[in-house]
Design a protein around this ligand. Structure first.
Ligand code: SAM
Length: 212
């Protein structure tokens, strides 16, 4: 099943399914970003808008992109803000965003579906203003090594969505090659994860600021 069809099908139950990874990611995003304020935020792979609500409180303007029309429809229902634009876009193609127009890019639980991270980092670098930030929260590679992938239930059947393993060094190397520095790196466990490897990893990457 291709990624777009999978998320269109999952979209109606994505928010209500039992999903500890989704729930932890919301905690991670809130803990990492809630005290910050931005002019313009770009959310890539916004899904049903789980984190978009928070972002509309942090930014003067928010643009949220996703491949799946079904997921975007759910996001549209829950986030009616004049400051928010939702649009269809495939992140593996050049992004429909102006160069140096965004202060913060947010990307949660998306990159396991993207084979090659180089375009993601180069488009993030192009789109951000000098000193802009790129926040990523993803399934930890330790979980990927154990075979975990995004999945949903179709009746009794578990449908796994195509996923690609990304090592921690894929993130840091990809970011560095596009000119980012690492501002922070954290590993996260759900309270149900005792004695297990971390469930999520988050990074805050920074684009170089203006030199005086
Ligand atoms: C697990 S959901 C995460 C959604 C949301 N960020 C969250 O944290 O709840 C993954 C999302 O990535 C989107 N996605 C996957 N590949 C994509 C691509 N190439 N371009 C844009 N969105 C993509 C899917 O449609 C889906 O909405």
């Amino acid at each position: 099943m291709n990624i777009n069809n999978a998320y269109n099908e999952w979209s109606t139950t994505y928010d209500s399914d039992r999903n500890l990874t989704r729930d932890l990611d919301q905690v991670v995003t809130t803990e990492s970003l809630a005290n910050r304020r931005y002019n313009t935020i770009l959310e890539v792979g916004c899904g049903t808008g789980k984190n978009t609500l928070l972002l509309t409180r942090l930014g003067e303007r928010v643009c949220a992109l996703d491949l799946s029309v079904g997921m975007l429809e759910q996001a549209r229902r829950k986030t009616r803000s004049e400051r928010l634009v939702l649009a269809v876009a495939d992140l593996t193609k050049p992004w429909p965003c102006k160069t140096e127009s965004v202060d913060l890019i947010v990307c949660n639980l998306v990159l396991e579906h993207v084979r090659d991270l180089s375009l993601i980092f180069s488009e993030a670098q192009r789109t951000l203003v000098a000193g802009g930030q790129f926040f990523i929260s993803e399934l930890h590679p330790y979980r990927q090594y154990q075979g975990t992938k995004a999945n949903f239930q179709r009746g009794p059947e578990t449908i796994e969505i195509p996923a690609f393993v990304h090592h921690l060094s894929d993130f840091t190397k990809g970011a560095k090659e596009s000119g980012f520095s690492v501002h922070s790196f954290r590993e996260w466990w759900h309270e149900a994860d005792q004695n297990k490897p971390p469930r999520l990893v988050s990074f805050m990457f920074e684009k170089a600021g203006l030199t005086k």
